[in-house]
Design a binder for this molecule. Sequence first.
Ligand code: DG2
Length: 245
Amino acid sequence: MSLVLLRHGESVWNAENLFTGWVDVPLSEKGLTEAKRGGELLREAGLLPDVVHTSLLRRAISTANIALDGADRHWIPVRRDWRLNERHYGALQGKNKKQTLEQYGEEQFMLWRRSYDTPPPPIELGGEFSQDADPRYADLGPALPRTECLKDVVQRLLPYWESAIVPDLRAGRTVLVAAHGNSLRALVKHLDGVSDEAIAGLNIPTGIPLCYELDADLRPTNPGGTYLDPNAAADAIKAVASQGR
Ligand code: DG2
């Protein structure tokens, strides 16, 4: 079974070094180019998705559209779900990562960014960067998050993995999941059985397809997955890890 994970191309807020979470920002010019390159990599590798799953956020939706267009697979079925959204970054949404690091110090900054179970403070309802009045989440009711740690993301993502993505894989479809740094970290944690501690060290670069081959028990036969451009991925992973510095 073939599964391709694709973090969206660079967003305008990634470029400005702002915590984004559920704020629906577009791709930057560089992000548009990365998405196009992502599609070329898929085509060159002959990895042609039969179905795509995305979040409800335009940086993932646009990346999937551009990449699939480049791979001549713009016509495949698509499913979108809030469970693939980025981790809700709570009161940090809209804040600058460098300033946050300076204000709160390295330990607190990394706890919020990468610890498994420490969420940032919750966002204020009705605030500029909150989603409580956003119609796309109207059905969530009290389940609408006001902040999330990675553990929360794993918990809300896995029901979608089991009910929507696994059936596509079991039907023999090549599946593309176009999502986000932290929703994909949650999925990789599950696929590779990464410990709560070790997941802190895992970073996912923008716009480079990460491919998994899964056995009948949905275990990767290539643990850790395979980046279609490993050199570019190695450099970009370092850049994500050092954000804020
Ligand atoms: C970034 C991840 O999410 O940031 O919300 O700021 O993948 O949607 O751009 P994405 C954000 P870090 O957790 O890497 O700081």
